[in-house]
Design a protein around this ligand. Structure first.
Ligand SMILES: Nc1ncnc2c1ncn2[C@@H]1O[C@H](COP(=O)(O)OP(=O)(O)O)[C@@H](O)[C@H]1O
Ligand SMILES: [Mg+2]
Length: 341
């Protein structure tokens, strides 16, 4: 079981969309059992995979019975033993499963309140914030008992709340979705600085972060890719597509296959992303994604001296000299050699 928070401090960068589509890809292409934890009080991930009625039942019912991340974590940090996750997880949500299955620990607006309560609990005499975070972190990993799961994806809110810190301290790998706009690269630097301020987050998780370029439109974003390329970026970006935008709200009538729901080109991109993700997590590569190309090693370049940051039109394979008329495409960028760190 691998815990994978999907986090960026920015909103609107497709954290939620990526969490859900990655879960669907892992279930369909790999036959994995996946849990989505909706840690955002806006509950957008919950709305993508659960009907209105099901949300009302699980989230809006009597608070002492709510099957939500908020109640699960609150019990984890306030009661003596950790609660049984099977009392909280909703099995088999969404329409895409393939040979796998997607379960959900639903979100609720109360998650924000719980994050505050956890902070206050940490301020109580005899109770440190460190202790509260440790218990919440253990609770994240205990969620596996409701599975077992191959992957637990945590859709995080944009802020570094106590719940996000607990998820990050339980993490095996951090995925950072970002749009490739002008501020994307500096935004990641900013994010890394904030993560480094928290002792409970393992430095290896911050170091080995994987950047997922989302909502990509070549005409607008291509020139910003070289700077992002200094980071460890997934080979395929997620393109801006109406089929993906339309998946914002759950529909019981929606297609049951990844290709049917999002189209062939999206399926092709996600097969590459899933192949890379399973390799990064050290999970076996199933047949359906085994033929997707993988990077020889993980890109991880620090500092400004990276020769891969080329001026537009320059080609590394030609001594870095600009070749008039040659535009760098996304595939060019991702065919550069990768340095191990
Ligand atoms: N690849 C995509 N193509 C089209 N629209 C997208 C894509 N990814 C995300 N969106 C849309 O962008 C908006 C923000 O995405 P969301 O996943 O909610 O971001 P976040 O969770 O980071 O706030 C949503 O309306 C979503 O439907
Ligand atoms: Mg979101």
């Amino acid at each position: 079981m691998k815990v994978v928070p999907v986090f960026n401090m920015k909103g609107g960068v497709a954290k939620t969309t990526s969490s859900v589509l990655l879960a669907e890809g892992l279930a369909q292409f790999c036959g994995f059992r996946v849990l989505i934890v909706d840690a955002d009080p806006q509950l957008n991930a919950t709305r993508m995979v659960l009907s209105h009625t099901a949300i009302a039942e699980a989230v809006s019912g009597p608070q002492n019975r709510a099957r939500t991340v908020a109640r699960y974590l609150l019990k984890s940090v306030t009661e003596t033993g950790l609660p049984d996750p099977r009392d909280f997880v909703l099995p088999k949500v969404g329409t895409i499963h393939g040979a796998g299955q997607i379960d959900l620990l639903a979100g609720t607006p109360r998650t924000a309140e719980v994050a505050d309560t956890m902070l206050v609990a940490g301020a109580n005499p005899g109770r440190t914030l460190e202790n509260v975070l440790q218990r919440a972190s253990m609770a994240f990993r205990k969620l596996n008992e409701a599975g077992p799961y191959d992957v637990i994806l945590v859709d995080c809110p944009p802020g570094l709340t106590t719940i996000v810190r607990a998820a990050l301290s339980a993490a095996d790998l951090l995925i950072v979705p970002t749009t490739a706009d002008d501020t994307a690269y500096t935004g990641i630097g900013n994010l890394v600085w904030h993560l480094q301020q928290h002792r409970e987050i393992r430095p290896a998780v911050v170091e080995n972060r994987r950047i997922l370029v989302t909502r990509y439109q070549a005409a607008i974003h291509e020139s910003n890719l070289p700077s992002l390329k200094r980071e460890s970026v997934f080979m395929a970006p997620i393109a801006e597509r109406s089929t993906i935008r339309d998946a914002r709200l759950f529909s019981p009538h929606s297609e049951t296959s990844f290709k049917g729901k999002y189209g062939g080109p999206a399926e092709k991109d996600f097969k590459k992303i899933i192949a890379e993700l399973t390799a990064a997590l050290g999970l076996a590569r199933p047949n359906s994604v085994a033929k997707e190309p993988l990077p020889k090693d993980v890109i991880h370049v620090k500092g400004d001296q990276d020769s891969r940051e080329l001026p537009n039109g320059a080609d590394k394979h030609h001594g870095g000299k600009a070749r008039p008329g040659k535009k760098i495409s996304f595939s060019d960028l991702f065919s550069f050699s990768r340095r191990p760190h």
